[in-house]
Design a protein around this ligand. Structure first.
Ligand SMILES: [Zn+2]
Length: 67
């Protein structure tokens, strides 16, 4: 029960890594390791690049009259 290694223990309640299905660890939850966390991060970044961040002009309130 060394608190220094607490981050390496599986999360409680147990949760499967969303990348590889291994038990997630406290340190990298919801992933089991930095590797899986990086995989997810890369997926997320690519997904962000694939989706243009265009705001709906109809939602722009800058045209409202201001006093
Ligand atoms: Zn994993």
């Amino acid at each position: 029960m060394d608190p220094v290694n607490d981050n390496d223990r599986p999360v409680d309640p147990p949760k499967a890594c969303s990348i590889c299905g291994k038990p997630a660890t406290v340190r990298y939850k919801p992933f089991c390791s930095k590797r899986c966390a990086d995989v997810d991060l890369n997926r997320w970044l690519k997904g962000t690049y694939a989706i243009p961040a265009v705001e709906d002009p109809d939602e722009d309130v800058s045209d409202l009259p201001r006093d």
